[in-house]
Write a protein that binds this ligand. Structure first.
Ligand SMILES: [Zn+2]
Length: 383
């Protein structure tokens, strides 16, 4: 436990809020692994300001297990913390600090287990996959997954350690976020013959999305009642357009967050939205050719679907001593691994209820449960 606490103290001390670099944290991890003779490989972003890391403990053979987690955390701006969020504080059998629960606690447990992994003389490997920019849409893991598909021998299971209170999650929705930008033509509100309203075009598009949502509601995925709600959803979270009531608005922008159940293909939904937007755009352009509608994809993380006889689920249920898998409401990187062909589940210490909040904490008891899970995993791979 002291080892886990020491490592977690270090990890919490790095301010890896997604808008900042994670390189200092990665340096620390790399050096730590080096100390055990383990080489890390890096998959940086284009600007080289952030990087993913992956590393293999044990023989470089097939049949290993990937332990996956993200190194970034959500911001603390505007949150009322009673301690320094970037300093680990132990109180009431809990560790407080930004990322203790989501999800540096998991990373610390994985790293602290390295000596035990080496000692166990693994027959099949344990691979660490640590990503950046998960919190802003699972961005870093895209390249990381591509890289490991090319470079790692076949793997039997992937465990993503997002906080599930050590339950096993085999199901979550896809998360897709987009921004729609509409350019019309400004004019005095009385001169509709001169202007083209960006806001009215936005209203048409949002109406289309609202109809889509009604359609989703009417077509739930009946076999997945553990999802709440068990239909795909759409949210227009922000909407900004126009400057004054007597000016025809030139510009309007709104954001859309689309979350789909496994039976609905998010790309199909986005494609039909794009097709509809073109008809609205053509109508605007017939009034003035400078009008334009742009739909920009911000982030997309595929959903996680239950696997038939999934190896990851079988092993995780056994080691976490759970009877059955659950669904989670949030998105994770698990869908990226599953989409690449890996048997994948989500299982990690701490409760999502504590994530992203001021005074985020993880119960030490949860850390112990996860430690026991990792010990069983080591045991399994050393036989
Ligand atoms: Zn997370």
């Amino acid at each position: 436990m002291t080892e886990i606490k020491d490592i977690l103290t270090k990890l919490i001390g790095f301010d890896t809020v997604s808008r900042h670099s994670n390189l200092a944290l990665i340096d620390y991890v790399q050096e730590y692994l080096n100390g055990y003779g383990i080489e890390s490989r890096l998959v940086p972003n284009a600007e080289k300001t952030k990087t993913n890391l992956y590393a293999t403990v044990g023989p470089n053979t097939a049949g290993g297990i990937i332990l996956s987690g993200h190194t970034d955390v959500v911001p603390v701006d505007g949150q009322d913390w009673s301690t320094d969020p970037f300093e680990l504080v132990e109180k009431d059998n809990k560790y407080f600090g930004r990322g203790t629960c989501d999800m540096k606690g998991y990373l610390a447990i994985c790293l602290a287990a390295v000596p035990a992994m080496i000692e166990a003389d693994l027959k099949r490997p344990i691979h660490f996959c640590f990503s950046y920019d998960e919190e802003i849409g699972c961005i870093g893991a895209v390249d990381l997954v591509n890289e490991i598909v090319d470079n790692l021998p076949p793997v039997s299971a992937v465990f993503v350690g997002e906080p599930t209170s050590m339950q096993v999650a085999n199901l979550h929705k896809s998360v897709n976020s987009m921004v729609t930008q509409i350019t019309g033509v400004e004019a005095h509100s009385s001169k509709l013959n001169l202007g083209v309203s960006a806001n009215l075009a936005a209203a048409k598009l949002i109406n289309f999305l609202s109809d889509e949502l009604d359609n989703f509601r009417d077509n739930p995925q009946e076999d997945l009642t553990s999802l709440e709600p068990n239909y795909s959803t759409l949210n227009v979270g922000t909407l900004h357009g126009g400057n004054a009531s007597n000016i025809i608005p030139k510009f309007c922008e709104f954001s859309v967050d689309l979350r789909t159940v496994p039976k609905d293909d998010p790309h199909k939904c986005i494609d039909s939205y794009r097709a509809f937007s073109r008809t609205v755009e053509e109508r605007m352009q017939s009034q003035n050719p400078i009008c334009e509608i742009k739909i920009i994809d911000r982030a997309a993380a595929p959903g996680l679907a239950p696997e038939e006889n999934g190896e990851a689920e079988k092993l995780a249920l056994d080691w976490s001593e759970n009877e059955q898998a659950i669904a989670v409401a949030y998105g994770t990187e698990a869908g990226l691994f599953q989409k690449a062909g890996y048997s994948t589940i989500v299982c990690g210490p701490g409760s999502i209820d504590q994530a992203h909040r001021p005074n985020e904490f993880i119960e030490i008891d949860q850390i112990k449960k996860c430690e026991s899970f990792i010990n069983k995993l080591i045991d399994h791979l050393s036989k």
